[in-house]
Write a protein of this length. Sequence first.
Length: 382
Amino acid sequence: MKRLTLLLLGLTLGVSATASAQGLTMQMSNGWAFQFGGNVNAFWVFSKETNSGPTNSSVRTGLLPAFATFEARGKEAGLNLAVHIGFAPQINTGAEHDHFGPDAGGAQIDMRQVYLTIGFKNGGQILAGRELGLFDRQNILNDMTLFGVGAVGIGAGFTQGRGTTLGRIAYGYLYPNFVSQITYSTKPGQAQLSIGLFEPSVFGSGAYVFTKMPRVEAEFTYNQKSGKNNYMFWVGGLWQSTSNAASGGSTVSSFGTTAGIKAGLSDLSVVVNGYIGRGLGLGLLFSGNEVVVGDTLSKSDGGYAQVMYKVGPKTNVGASWGFSRLKFEDVVATQFTSTTVGIYHQWTKSLKLVFEGTREQEGIGAGSPAQVDISGGFMLFY
């Protein structure tokens, strides 16, 4: 499990632990080392909308896409230098199921990671390039459905989609996105601070399409160990300024804050976290619904609670519940909730067997659209 965790962190964060987790390392004659690793996963997913709604079966990638990561590391003039490139392909054939049409060309390939790192003698590091954002990243990294499927999304557009599943994206946190950035992080340890300048995003709604300043994101984490127990606390923030005209006009500020805690108590693990924001949208950051009317921004909040218990040397069972809301003028306009239970079995050192069941709902009340998702599949890390 430790190897899987290190590799997953390497895939999503680009941290120094990547080297010890990747399956292949080659020492080059110029003193640099080349490393290669990743994962492949495949899940059968059965979805059934409630109230006599349609059913759908698919064989697809889970919340975490497959990854093929390439990294080269070297040391020059006292600096630890590295470049990292990560391909994130998926096995899905999409909604059309036409083997003589567009799907025959292959599944979607997502170029998620292209970045360099500069490590200093004090342990600090600069990361420059495209990588997972800081805001809300701990919320997704500690989500048990990252190893599985979680929520799929209600309707054929989601159940037959070409992309990954949602996990708890829009059902407990906002997706950080893989975005261009220049981020500085202090030395990893009991406490770590990361702060960066990010490529700003235009709004998915309204006329706010001018971004004159970079977005700022930050994250602080604190780890504490006491005997067999360990604790992790995190807090993060985001700020962006967006205008509706190249000069003059109106300028609005989007912001978000997030916090959470993870406690490992012997065989029991508990995660509780949440977020609040303004002008961020719902689900994917800056993908729509940021503006209510004029220059009034929407508000959003959400979070999830998760419990996992180790029932055997290689098996964990877990349960989680979460929600995300979008508010216009302090009135709830949209709400997504989901409950997930899962079994996660470490079949071999590298192979994981996962079974999950999820009930997701859009809206409030028994009559709101809802769906049940049942899934089972494999994750192989190399």
